[in-house]
Design a protein around this ligand. Sequence first.
Ligand SMILES: [Zn+2]
Length: 495
Amino acid sequence: MTVMYESALQRYEPVFGLETHVELGTRTKMFCGCAAVFGAEPNSQVCPVCLGLPGSLPVVNRLAIEYTIKIGLALNCSIASWCRFARKNYFYPDMPKNFQISQYDEPLCTDGYLDVLVGGKTVRVGIERVHLEEDTGKSLHVGGATGRIQGAEYSLVDYNRAGIPLVEIVTKPVPDTGFLAPEIAKAYVSELRDVLRTLGVSDVRMEEGSLRCDVNTSLSVRGSGVWGTRTETKNVNSLRSVERAVRSEIERQAGVLDDGGRVIQETRHFHEDTGVTTSGRSKEEAQDYRYFPEPDLVPVAPPREWVEEVRAALPELPSARRARLVAAWSLTELEFEALRNAGALEVVEQTVARGASPADARKWWLGELARRANDSGVEVSELLITPAAVARVAELVASGSLNDRLAREVIEGVLEGEGTPDEVVAARGLAVVSDDSALLAAIDSAVADNPDVVARIRDGKVQAAGVLVGAVMKATRGKADAARVRELIVERLGV
Ligand SMILES: [Zn+2]
């Protein structure tokens, strides 16, 4: 029986860990010169090496090593001065050699961490290792209802992906996260994706499988200090699914334990449609793979100077950027998270670079523009307005040429392809009426139309002037500067 999440957390403490596989964006594969591309005609990007034909010999891709070192450095890892590849032996139709070249007890990068921000707080996730291996091919099961092997009439294999360099990033177990475990797991993958994107080592497209996660989850009885048996949920392919997979395993395992059962060490499949996991195969132990050092490859011994060169050339990482922007824009961590979660960080930064104040840039991108993006079902960054145009709108408001209502109309015109903000202002006649004589005429008629209001103002009820301001704004169809109108009314009535 599955129990409710909140109830499960009262009796059990979850521990999770993540293994993330990332396809590197090198031009060629890990051990041969075949193109590493997505979506080509099946079996068109293969050669004797990646097909594992007898007598073929692998050669290590130097750029893949460099990318892995970059990832290790960005995750605060130690970089091995000497390490080897290992053969991982198992039999699977999508693996033509019947072994995978991977790394076992000598990974290239070890013992780092990644700080993630959840609910305004920083959580440090330990990194156990970052190692390099080759991807497998893909099986395609034809004739079954679900694309799975069960019920299929026959299966096809495509080896284009076999041999694409794959980095595996393994966290240490993350304990003591309580209710936040699913959210922290998701935030970790999101932060890791940002780091990898910033490094430019992968296109990190979860939907195309260039970034995939296996989620390990276990429960311990609160206060027992003993960690339970973990399960591994395979190939969780979206950020939302990472969160749901951890959550559903917590609920399922709590049900098993409550019924006096035992959690079995196994791999499980996550189902996007139902949000639950189902049993896969029982999990192999490392000894089942008969690892041994790969005899066809020389060890990898990156010179210190090279590692330091790579370190010196690292771009500004998301955490450093966060610290910089939080300070420069006087934000709280929560406000920063809101910007990032809205996908507006980039555009706001560019708008500020074009001269807008951080407060104005945030106001327009998180307000009017986020609303319009939401209405059209697109990301804010996909809207047909440039940061330069938003900066210009903010400038026109700051200088008093536009008020907020007119500015929203200008934005609408830009989004509808009517040109730059200045062109929209000219074409739609949207500038604020700042000519005092035009305003005074409108004020005179407002005063004439509202003698009782004027009497109240003269009696000292200055706030009643709002009625006259409203009348003038209406007469000018919203194009007046309300603050200026109020000043002129006060002058006109001599109060
Ligand atoms: Zn090849």
